[in-house]
Design a protein around this ligand. Structure first.
Ligand code: TRP
Ligand code: SF4
Length: 333
């Protein structure tokens, strides 16, 4: 039997190249070898955005459209929406009962989230009860399928460690070995920075979206930071100090291309504008198929909806098996 993989993302709007290269492309590669469950974590979105739900439905459709475009295949993997699998909420309750409060309080990612919210207290933000349960809810996601592996970024590893602690405690209290201790599987990511050299993020306005057209992508690439010491076209360039454009070349170009770019840059044979025009074309080449697929799904929202519904039903069937066992173990009526 194949090992099981579970991972998820909060629906926070259209995804960018950082998500594609850092997360989704990894998921795509895991689909053949593992039995994969990928969740749109809409309850997790509510932990901080409970009062901004107008876009939640569209954000969910958008994120699934991005996944499909990038190559997540509903015939191989189960794509579902967290809130369409209520078994996870029930499991969250059982897990909440056995998780010591100080375990969640010491979770570093949660601490960071709480700190940000507290700094906005004046703006009506606060830490609610539900947010404290964030890592327990994530544990419930993972255990809903009794997953073996959880592909995540480094910032989520602490949550998975907590999941392992909760599994040990559950198994111990209910005298069972039913739940497996899941392992975090670090994304092998080619970390792509934003156009300004900082972390790529939608709120920083330095991202390239998967859904951006070829024209928009090319235009954005023209704004990428280069070697700041290079002012005139015949100044020699320093690829290693080219803060963004050359880094992108290393991600999107092949070895020969990268070498040519570096050499021509160093002897001022290549200007930055030309260099970035070529780079834009290169990125567009890589994104072409994804973009075509995305357009197709965008024009067939009923298909995306069908995939979400069917995936969620499939997920529920598995979830019900796990919950039946859990209810027995906890000795519920
Ligand atoms: N907390 C994760 C994040 O913010 C998203 C997530 C929700 C998740 N449920 C999950 C990740 C289960 C892995 C497994 O990125
Ligand atoms: Fe960067 Fe290309 Fe300009 Fe060299 S020519 S500094 S690699 S953008």
């Amino acid at each position: 039997m194949k090992q099981k993989i579970m991972s998820g993302m909060r629906p926070t709007g259209k995804l960018h190249l950082g998500h594609y290269l850092g997360v989704i492309d990894n998921w795509v590669k895991l689909q053949d070898e593992y039995d994969c469950y990928f969740s749109v974590a809409d309850w997790h979105a509510l932990t901080t955005k409970y009062d901004k739900t107008e876009t939640l439905r569209q954000d969910t459709i958008d994120i699934v459209t991005d996944w499909l475009a990038c190559g997540i295949d509903p015939n191989k993997s189960t794509i579902y929406v967290q809130s369409l699998v209520p078994e996870t909420a029930e499991l969250h309750i059982y897990l909440s009962m056995i998780t010591p409060q100080n375990w969640v309080e010491r979770d570093p990612t949660l601490k960071d989230m709480a700190k940000i919210l507290k700094s906005k207290e004046g703006m009506g933000m606060q830490v609610n009860y539900g947010l404290m349960g964030y890592p327990v809810l994530m544990t419930a996601d993972i255990l809903t399928f009794n997953a073996d592996l959880v592909p995540v970024g480094i910032d989520q590893v602490a949550h998975v460690e907590l999941t392992r602690d909760i599994v040990r405690r559950f198994n111990n209290i209910y005298n069972t070995d039913f739940f497996v201790e899941p392992q975090p599987k670090l994304n092998e990511c080619s970390l792509i920075c934003g156009l300004d050299g900082n972390k790529m993020g939608k709120s920083f306005h330095n991202d390239i979206k998967i859904s951006d057209s070829a024209e928009v992508t090319a235009k954005k690439v023209m704004t990428a930071i280069t070697d700041r010491s290079r002012i005139k076209k015949d100044d020699i360039g320093h690829p290693d100090e080219c803060e963004v454009a050359f880094k992108y070349w290393k991600i999107f170009g092949d070895e020969n291309e990268v070498e040519t770019v570096a050499e021509e840059c160093k002897c001022a044979k290549r200007g930055c504008a030309d260099c970035k025009r070529q780079l834009g074309a290169k990125i567009n080449e890589r994104m072409k198929e994804i973009r075509e697929k995305r357009t197709y799904y965008e024009q067939h929202p009923e298909l995306v909806e069908k995939i979400i519904k069917e995936g969620s039903e499939k997920a529920r069937i598995e979830a019900q098996k796990v919950l039946k066992k859990v209810r027995e173990l906890v000795r519920m009526y």
